[in-house]
Design a protein around this ligand. Sequence first.
Ligand code: NI
Length: 166
Amino acid sequence: MAVREILTLPDDRLKTPVDPVDSVTEEHRRLYRDMKETVSESPGVALAAPQIGEMAPVIYVDVSQDRRRDEPNHGEIFLVNPTLELRDAPETIREGCLSVPRFTGNVRRYQSVTVSGLTEEGERTSLTAEGWEAVALQHEIDHLDGTLFLDRIESLRGDLFRRSNE
Ligand code: NI
């Protein structure tokens, strides 16, 4: 396992979509371990592979690491080829991104989503998430499309905020 450097804007890899893969390989499982360790050493709770320069359709989410929130969650989620199957209850929430330091933004996200994908063993799975975990899944799946929360902000004047503690 290794803590990896997290790319930040304006790195082009953050704006580059990645393609689905045919199967889960040892390389993806190594990525899983690196992403887990990288998140654990970061102020965030989730990561997409392109954020560490790996152009693979892989996300890692663990909102149980966020002690400020106490909501039901799945603990560690690792998915290859994740896709949003169902979405419900749109709401505007404030979010940030490890690749966009110093800013947060108001973004429209669904509060309930069902996501499918492949497990680290390559088995097809799906899960339904609510609240912060649902938001994190949408945010990370966006990364695989080369989309950042900045791309979803409606108004730079009204919806983008400089972090006050940095
Ligand atoms: Ni992000």
